[in-house]
Design a protein around this ligand. Structure first.
Ligand SMILES: C[S@@+](CC[C@H](N)C(=O)[O-])C[C@H]1O[C@@H](n2cnc3c(N)ncnc32)[C@H](O)[C@@H]1O
Length: 248
């Protein structure tokens, strides 16, 4: 997947260089995505160049709610919760977290990394607000339209900083209570799932922090364990046998 290693910060450096041309247009082509409907009626995005969807076809909302909200966020008993999401994508996990924070009266400090953001126009085609919380449609739009690299308070319970950044070279870590590890699969993006990167996450977790992911592969579990995490293989959401939850 050498294409993913192209550095978006070099975009548009010069107009006549072939490398700059490639680094501008290849990621755009690569991340072109199409709207798909999943089994629970919620949307996901399909990336033809990767032959990969952003969520399980068994149900995008069902999967996110189960893996990230139920198995990670709800296992954190703190009132102030610092959440990191690797791969902001459609904003579904962030939106479910905003809704959960309001229900449980938690104060959520959310940070999300994304290298290939979808457009605000594309986010408007997603049916998440109407299926999850119609009264919060404006907040879902704001999740996408708010500035990058700036902390924004979207509701009294939920602040977000979205970093337009490459996870594999990110440096502005804080400390986290909960991590949603939601990268594309290790087959498609092996560089995201390395022991080295899990160790970096481990070093930036509070003691007791929890990280969950939809992936249950042995190679990922061992990389997390070598990085220092205690890792459980848990029953997955409907349609998926297993998932992983790691704890510091
Ligand atoms: C499985 S999708 C994430 C789904 C997302 N959590 C959601 O709720 O829609 C993986 C995401 O990782 C992003 N991504 C890919 N490479 C990345 C990188 N090196 N750094 C940060 N994000 C990356 C993709 O653009 C995509 O949005």
């Amino acid at each position: 997947m050498f294409l993913f290693t192209l550095d978006s910060r070099s975009l548009g450096k010069c107009s006549d260089c072939f490398v700059c041309f490639l680094s501008t247009f290849v990621p755009i082509l690569l991340m072109h995505s199409e709207l798909r409907i999943t089994s629970d009626g919620s949307h996901t995005l399909y990336v033809p160049a990767l032959d990969e969807t952003y969520h399980s076809h068994h149900g995008a909302i069902q999967e996110s709610e189960f893996i990230f909200i139920e198995r990670a966020l709800r296992s954190c008993t703190k009132k102030h919760v610092s959440v990191l999401e690797v791969g902001f994508g459609t904003g579904l996990n962030a939106f479910l977290t905003l809704v959960e924070g309001a229900k449980q009266d938690k104060l959520i400090l959310y940070e999300a990394l994304e290298l290939y953001p979808i457009s605000v126009e594309q986010s408007r085609t997603l049916n998440y607000p109407s299926l999850i919380a119609p009264l919060l449609e404006k907040e879902f739009e704001l999740l996408h339209s708010c500035d990058w690299n700036t902390k924004v308070e979207l509701t009294p319970n939920f602040s977000i900083t979205k970093y337009l950044a490459d996870f594999t070279s990110f440096v502005d870590w804080v400390r986290y209570d909960v991590i949603y590890f939601d990268a594309f699969s290790p087959e498609k993006q092996p560089e995201m799932w390395s022991e080295e990167h899990f160790r970096q996450l481990y070093d930036h977790c509070h003691n007791g922090a929890v990280m969950s992911t939809y992936c249950s592969k042995g190679i990922v579990r061992r990389a997390m364990q070598s990085a220092g995490f205690d890792v459980e293989r848990l029953e997955g959401p409907p349609g998926k046998r297993e998932m992983l939850r790691a704890r510091k």
